[in-house]
Design a protein around this ligand. Structure first.
Ligand code: NAD
Length: 503
């Protein structure tokens, strides 16, 4: 069993009170690791180390090219260790190995992308009449507290750590208490490549202790949070004390809209991919499928047939298409939602149950599940389930599709399937969501900004926007006529006005 320590000020340390938490493989319920549970005091020690490192300039004073060279080394090491990291991610999250391999490859891309981006020209210049030459430059925000969820542990870490380091910040990172393993491996790499002590700190532990302290501390300049909307709201409140910069990547209930003129097979394929990848534990999952009335029945038939063929199983079984849910507690939440759908009168046409056969009884597996005949007010239509549960809604025309699509408190992602390009673009532009696709679903690139409208979040990660998110913007005004303004030379001014009166 792995014994996982924390990384504070360049040292691997244990919690002083020896509090630990067992880390489980959700496919087998085996304990695979034991992680430290930090106290608020230990979180403060990590924050102080990051504060000291930032204020010393040991990282932010390096040139962008020097910081980039560290990021490239991190990417190389992640790539070297990809097989080990994928196996650990698979075991800790319960996902199929194929998915874990994609996650690690995406994390490598993310470090390379920001290593490349940070040395490219940025900022603006302006000229004003005074005469002044203005420069706009980007500077690091300072100490960044980072709080991550469990669905893509290493990848979420990369999405935050790569741009923050590129921009010159220092970091205190808290992974989800359920899935700390690969983040700890990433920190071993950060140490290996020689990131100076105090620049990156890792504290494992609970949300209400470690997480809340990161959000609340007046020594932290920014909090970057990925997780549920409910916790996001409490982070915002906690961050108000020192008006911390706040970046929130929250939940979703995203619509995937299929018009009758869509390429049928492509739309069915992406509808499945949109909801059943990572067992639906994806923030931008296409969890609401909106079907045009005329194709509804044929589409549902095809979808259900294919969903029933999805092989659910352990991640290390190469025939597995969909893995386990992350924990017993989360599985029970998903099963409760399924029951709520049945109770509210939605029609269950696929799945709906826990799987305990074929040696899966120890793990937390739920069948790919599909509901039809839903109404917009149902709990399963409005709330994020975060599991392999697809709810289908029916629409008559373009206007109704848009209305239904926007009818939840969330605004993270959306998809439109149609072979009428103008219609697809018209509809996608009316959807209040940040991550959208036409004739595709579930795409994520280091190059593209990531984040939501409405209660799906605040700010944008990834792309150039991700670097901006971890930066402050400074204007520098350079006077091109170095002489006094004379503004307060009142004697001179009155003589001048007397002279003008005499004339
Ligand atoms: P969660 O909100 O329960 O927990 C996320 C993190 O916050 C964990 O590390 C947890 O320990 C911590 N936390 C909990 N209470 C806290 C508190 N009071 N103060 C500070 N930190 C606290 O979410 P989860 O169950 O880990 O992840 C699932 C959620 O994450 C879903 O809602 C999903 O949509 C969302 N998510 C969003 C994105 C995105 O990019 N928008 C990506 C992945 C996941």
């Amino acid at each position: 069993m792995l014994k996982l320590k924390m990384f504070i000020n360049g040292e691997w340390v244990q919690a002083a009170d020896q509090e630990t938490r067992k880390v489980i493989n959700p496919a087998t319920n085996e304990v695979i690791a034991e992680a430290e549970r930090a106290s608020v005091e230990e979180t403060r020690t990590a924050i102080a180390a990051a504060r000291q490192a930032f204020d010393s300039g040991v990282w932010s004073d390096l040139s962008a090219a020097e910081r980039a060279s560290y990021l490239f080394k991190i990417a190389d090491k992640l790539e070297e260790k990809a097989a080990e990291l994928s196996a650990l991610e698979m075991a800790n999250v319960g996902k199929p190995l194929r998915e874990a391999e994609f996650d690690i490859a995406d994390a490598v891309d993310c470090f390379r992308y920001y290593g490349g981006l940070v040395t490219k020209p940025n900022g603006q210049t302006y000229e004003v009449a005074d005469p002044v030459q203005g420069l706009i430059v980007r500077e690091p925000v300072g100490v960044c507290g980072m709080i991550a969820p469990w669905n893509f542990p290493l990848l979420t870490g990369a999405w935050k750590i790569a741009p923050a380091l590129a921009a010159g910040n220092t970091i205190v990172f808290k992974p989800s208490e359920i899935t700390p393993i690969t983040t700890i491996k990433l920190f071993e790499i950060l140490e290996e490549v020689g990131i100076p002590a105090g620049v990156v700190n890792l504290v494992t532990g609970g949300g209400s202790t470690v997480g809340n302290e990161l959000a609340e501390s007046d020594q932290v300049d920014m909090v970057s949070f990925t997780g549920s909307t409910e916790v996001g709201r409490s982070i915002m409140k906690a961050a108000a004390g020192n008006i911390k910069k706040t970046a929130l990547e929250l939940g979703g209930k995203s619509p995937n809209i299929v018009f009758a003129d869509a390429d049928f097979e492509t739309a069915v394929d992406y509808a499945l991919y949109g909801i059943f990848v990572n067992a639906g534990q994806v923030c931008n999952a296409g969890s609401r499928l909106l079907l045009e009335e005329s194709i509804h029945d044929k589409f549902v038939d095809s979808l259900v047939r294919k969903a029933k063929d999805i092989r659910v199983g352990r991640g290390d079984d190469p025939t597995t298409d969909m893995g386990a849910l992350v924990s017993e507690g989360h599985m029970n939440t998903v099963l409760d939602y399924i029951q709520a759908g049945i109770d509210e009168g939605a029609e269950l046409v696929c799945g709906g149950k826990r799987i305990t056969s074929d040696g899966l009884g120890q793990g937390y597996f739920v069948e790919p599940t599909i509901f039809i005949n839903t109404t917009p007010d149902m709990k399963i239509v409005q709330e994020e389930i975060f599991g392999p549960v697809l709810v289908i809604q029916k629409f008559k025309d373009e206007a109704e599709a848009i209305e239904l699509a926007n009818d939840t408190p969330y605004g993270l992602a959306a998809g439109v399937f149609s072979q009428d390009g103008a219609k697809a673009l018209r509809v996608i532009k009316k959807i209040r969501a940040g991550i959208t696709s036409i004739n595709a679903y579930n795409l994520a690139y280091a190059e593209a900004p990531w984040g939501g409208y409405k209660q799906s979040g605040l700010g944008r990660g990834l792309g150039t926007f991700g670097l901006d998110e971890f930066s402050e913007v400074k204007q520098i005004n350079i006077n091109l006529d170095v002489s006094p303004t004379g503004w307060f030379d009142t004697e001179e001014a009155s003589k001048e006005s007397e002279l003008q009166v005499t004339r």
